[in-house]
Design a protein around this ligand. Sequence first.
Ligand code: DGL
Length: 262
Amino acid sequence: MVTIGLFDSGFGGLTVVRELNKQLPGAGVEFYGDNGRAPYGPLSREQITGYVRQILDFLSNKNIDAAIMACNTATAAAFDRVKDKYSFPLLGVIEPGIKGALAATRTKKIGVVATQFTIKSGAHKLGIQSLDPAVEVIGQACPQITQLVESGLTAGPEVDKAVSGYLGKFEGSGIDTLVLGCTHYPVLLDPIKRYLADGVTIVDPAVGTVAELKELIGSKVANAGSVIPTYNFYTSGDPHLFARVGSAILGWPIERVQKVVL
Ligand code: DGL
């Protein structure tokens, strides 16, 4: 079996696991959700990098063939620092978001919603403008969205209020493309669609990230034959909450979650 390690500060990374299951159903998964220390958005680069190293060390003992940092904040903070330090290939989610946005925009005005850290780092803006300096990038931090998803609240008036408030910032901006630059945000795709101006293309970087992974190891997965892949989930938070919220995000039941505090 080919196994992919993935991690996030919490539940957001499961939107990447869901995409992995869609594009590479034959691959196994070792997923670590650092829910006990989420959110990463308000933390410093040093703190986030320290957590990323701990998690990658943990995953590297799980016999994985590749890993995805299924967290934009972790990617923005630490990808360059850790990418060559492990024996398996490591993918981040920022670059696929950048490429997806550049492929989609016609007006050359792109919106990015992400955590405070990711927006402050300018990771998307710098990456987009290094490829096309004529593109205007408007960033908006949406910290409350992560908190809502982490508490298992994914619909209702509180969610609508937060989403409409954040997306209202793009009114009249002329953006035709919005990057969901935090893996928690696709969980709220329905309200996001509802409060986003008509005709704006939404880019979920998970799609491009898994497509990149498929290029890298797709043939290995195919050659592994028809073994039923194993999905293992670990959390530093509450395993019961993880099973409940995680099952809703994935769309299938998570049977077992192990508590692992690093
Ligand atoms: N899911 C994360 C991301 O993609 C981080 C959310 C948080 O912990 O603040 O950026």
